[in-house]
Design a protein around this ligand. Structure first.
Ligand code: HL5
Ligand code: SIN
Ligand code: MN
Length: 295
């Protein structure tokens, strides 16, 4: 078939033009649709079901089980008991948690939500065990991180990876949607001198403030299967109830901070609670596929 003169050249010029129109970047991954990003900015949280496979969740659970046997200041107990409430910084000890930090499904998505470089601020698992996992008081995270660590801005996004099915029974996180719009101007009381884990109780809104916010905006408790992911910003009011069910509710929570939003001088807490600043993280390329087993 004879092509019209110049046809191939024209077609390749068109292709080159189309390719230039598609932004190509090694660091920015299109994990989320525009509608999801808009939902996140409107509500301050976003749930994405089914991001991690059963196999990946099993590995994270197994590594947590190992980590929960450790003794160290990074294991937080319920009250004065020896029941584990939270484990901080498993990424410092377990490969599967280290890998989460630069996983495209977390970091790539958060990069779409917040411009600028990000570093890891905190990584923990809140274990909320069957029958005994205690509540978390109402708070927004920047109330703590602004007052305790002296961060200048609430430019942090947390990602909770569900290690269990989260249901109405096992103490899901509960949010006041869009509460940053109502609540962000509350002055931060300067509570200093913390070296380790801070419980949010001292940073809770008053009951009158909670009543007004909930009258205005209601409450939402995102639920989903293990392997689902919940993004939330540092300004949204949240809390969760005691787990009276026979089901555990383990959440691995990875928090990213803007690289230019550092703890105030002299206020850097222990590095298992607030990670030392690093250069901006980049998304880890997916591991090469294992070759198929030959039968
Ligand atoms: N326990 C965290 C810290 O940094 C603060 C809480 O949900 C985050 C309020 O000590
Ligand atoms: C919870 O585990 O329910 C609370 C998590 C948080 O406050 O970040
Ligand atoms: Mn919180």
């Amino acid at each position: 078939v004879a092509l019209p003169a110049g046809g191939v050249a024209r077609r390749s010029r068109e292709l080159a033009g189309q390719m230039r129109a598609i932004p190509i970047s090694k660091e920015r991954h299109q994990m989320l649709a525009q509608a999801q990003i808009e939902e996140f900015h409107r509500n301050c949280f976003l749930t994405v079901p089914g991001l991690f496979s059963a196999q990946e969740v099993a590995t994270l659970r197994a590594d947590l089980d190992t980590d929960m046997q450790e003794t160290g200041p990074f294991v937080i107990r319920e009250g004065k008991s020896d029941i584990v409430r939270a484990v901080y910084a498993p990424h410092q000890r377990r490969r599967s948690y280290a890998d989460l930090v630069t996983d495209a499904r977390l970091l790539g998505a958060v990069q779409q939500m917040q411009a600028g470089g990000l570093y890891l601020y905190q990584l923990k698992v809140n274990t909320k065990l069957p029958f005994i996992g205690e509540d978390w008081a109402w708070h927004y995270d920047y109330a703590v991180w602004g007052a305790v660590d002296g961060l200048a801005r609430p430019d942090l996004i947390s990602v909770a990876v569900f290690l269990d099915d989260v249901t109405e029974f096992n103490g899901p996180m509960v949010f006041v949607p869009g509460s940053h719009r109502i609540y962000q101007d509350r002055p931060l009381s300067g509570v200093g001198g913390h070296k380790a884990h801070v419980e949010p109780d001292d940073f809770a809104p008053t009951t009158a403030e909670m009543q007004a916010m909930v009258n205005d905006s209601g409450l939402v408790a995102p639920k989903g299967k293990a392997g689902s992911v919940l993004f939330f910003n540092a300004s949204v009011v949240h809390g969760s109830a005691t787990n009276i069910s026979p089901f555990s509710r383990r959440l691995a929570i990875v928090t990213y901070n803007a690289v230019d939003n550092l703890p105030a001088p002299g206020r850097q807490r222990a590095d298992y609670i607030v990670c030392p600043p690093t250069a901006a993280l980049t998304v880890r390329q997916p591991a090469p596929r294992q070759p198929e087993a030959v039968a």
